[in-house]
Ligand binder design. Structure first.
Ligand SMILES: [Zn+2]
Length: 395
C-alpha cells in the first residue's frame, strides 16, 4: 500500500460480521488502512473483476518444513509408521529452507493471510515475508521425555524466546506422548509469564487415548523401542481432560485436531474461551478417523479454526480447498460457519480480529471466480459453492 488513497471495486464483499453479502462496492484504502466503503464503482477504482473479497484466510496449523512433498505419505497407518515417515523425511531433507520457502510461496498463491507454523528448524531457515505473502507465526516445537531432553529443551525455548523479540510467536509442546508432564508445566508457566500462546496436538488418535488411560498401545510400543517410555508418566485413567485443565492456565491455547474429545471435554473448552480447536479436515480424512466433533464444538460455543497440517498428510496448503471439501462432505452446514472457520475464527485463535471494517488494516483475501458467476451471486451459499479459479494475491 502507498500513501496515496487506493480504491478497489468488487462485485461481492463479505465482511465477516453477518450473513449479508454486499454487492457492487468500492473499498477505499489509505496508508494500508480501510477508510471507506461506498456503494457502486468509484471513478479511478481498480476493478477486481469477477471476484469476491472476504477477510484473510488463516491456516491455523501447519508444518512448513514438509512443503517439498508432492503428495502425502503413502503410509497413513498405523500412526507410528506415519510418524516414522516424517522423521525420515526430516533427516533426508538437504535443504529445509527451500521447503519452508516453497510452503510460504504456495500459501501466498492460495491467498492465506496468516499462517501458524510448528517450528523445528532455526529461525534463519525462514525467509522474510514480503507484500502479498502470509504473516507466519512461529510456534517453537517442544519435545522431551528424558531428563537430558527436558533440560536441553528448556535451553532451546529460552534462546527462541530471546531471538523472537517483539514478533508474534508461541510454543508448541508437541503432544501428550512426546512431552513429559513437567516440561508441559514449564511451557504453561512461560506462556503465563510472557503472555504467549501455546499450540499442542491433542486427542489426535485413539492410540493416544489408550496411552493416557491404560499405558498401552502402539504409541507406547514405539516409545518403548526408543527406550523413552516410562510407565509412570501418566496415572492410570488419565484423559485429555486432565491435560486441558493444565493447558487452561495459559492465556491462549490452540489445540490441533481434538479428533477424539468427548462431550465433557467439549463443554470444558466452551467454558474456557481462550482455548481454540484447529480442525484439519483433509488431514483428518487422510488418516481415516471417525467423524470429527467440530459441529458439536461450534454448537457448544467453542471457537473452531481450520488448519491444513503439513503436506505429509495433505495434498496442498489451501484453506479454500478445505472449505470446498467441507462443503462437499457437509452440504447442509450453514455456509457462514465454514467461511468463519476459514477466516475470522482462525484469526481469533491467533489473537487477532480480522473482520473487514473501516479503520482496520486493509488486509483481505481475494477469491477470483469463474466468469460471470460473481454477478449472479446473492448469498454466502452461492459463494461457498462457487468455483474459484484462483485465490489471491491477498491485498
Ligand atoms: Zn500437526
Amino acid at each position: 500500500m502507498t500513501d496515496i488513497a487506493t480504491a478497489f471495486y468488487t462485485p461481492l464483499l463479505w465482511t465477516g460480521e453477518s450473513d449479508e453479502v454486499l454487492r457492487d462496492v468500492t473499498l477505499i484504502c489509505e496508508q494500508g488502512m480501510l477508510v471507506e466503503i461506498t456503494a457502486g464503482r468509484s471513478p479511478n477504482a481498480t476493478d477486481l473483476g469477477n471476484a469476491a473479497i472476504i477477510p484473510p484466510l488463516v491456516n491455523a496449523h501447519c508444518h512448513l518444513e514438509f512443503s517439498q512433498l508432492k503428495q502425502p505419505f503413502v503410509t497413513n497407518r498405523p500412526f507410528p509408521k506415519w510418524i516414522g515417515e516424517t522423521m525420515r523425511t526430516r533427516r533426508e531433507n538437504q535443504d529445509v529452507s527451500a521447503a519452508i520457502r516453497a510452503g510460504i510461496e504456495e500459501s501466498a498463491r492460495v491467498s492465506v493471510g496468516f499462517l501458524a507454523d510448528v517450528k523445528t528448524q532455526p529461525v534463519g531457515c525462514y525467509p522474510q515475508t514480503g507484500d502479498n505473502q502470509p504473516e507466519v507465526i512461529l510456534f517453537q516445537e517442544v519435545i522431551g521425555l528424558t531428563d537430558e531432553a527436558v533440560t536441553n529443551q528448556k535451553e532451546q525455548i529460552s534462546a527462541f524466546v530471546q531471538e523472537s523479540g517483539s514478533s508474534r510467536f508461541g510454543l508448541s509442546p508437541h503432544a501428550p506422548f512426546t512431552v513429559r508432564p513437567d516440561l508441559l508445566e514449564h511451557c504453561v508457566q512461560l506462556s503465563q509469564d510472557m503472555g504467549i500462546p501455546l499450540m499442542m496436538h491433542l486427542a489426535e488418535t485413539k492410540a493416544e487415548l489408550e496411552l493416557l488411560t491404560e499405558g498401552t498401545g502402539e504409541l507406547v510400543d514405539m516409545l518403548s523401542q526408543f527406550g523413552m517410555w516410562s510407565a509412570d508418566m501418566y496415572p492410570s485413567g488419565t484423559r485429555p481432560l486432565d491435560l486441558l485443565k493444565v493447558l487452561s492456565h495459559a492465556p491462549r491455547v490452540l489445540l490441533a485436531h481434538g479428533n477424539y474429545l468427548d462431550e465433557q471435554e467439549i463443554q470444558f473448552l466452551a467454558e474456557h474461551p481462550q482455548m481454540h480447536i484447529v480442525y484439519c479436515p483433509r488431514t483428518h480424512h487422510y488418516f481415516g478417523h471417525t467423524q470429527h466433533p467440530w459441529q458439536s464444538m461450534l454448537e457448544a460455543g467453542v471457537n473452531v479454526a481450520i488448519g491444513t497440517d503439513g503436506r505429509g498428510s495433505n495434498p496442498d496448503l489451501s484453506i479454500w480447498n478445505e472449505v470446498r471439501f467441507l462443503k462437499q462432505q457437509f452440504p447442509d452446514v450453514e455456509p457462514r460457519r465454514l467461511l468463519e472457520m476459514a477466516t475470522i475464527n482462525g484469526a481469533k485463535s491467533l489473537g487477532m480480529e480480522t473482520t473487514i471494517q473501516i479503520g482496520r488494516p486493509a488486509n483481505w483475501t481475494l477469491l477470483v471466480l469463474r466468469n460471470s458467476e460473481a454477478k449472479l451471486m446473492t448469498s454466502l451459499q452461492d459463494l461457498c459453492q462457487a468455483e474459484v479459479l484462483t485465490t489471491g494475491p491477498w491485498i
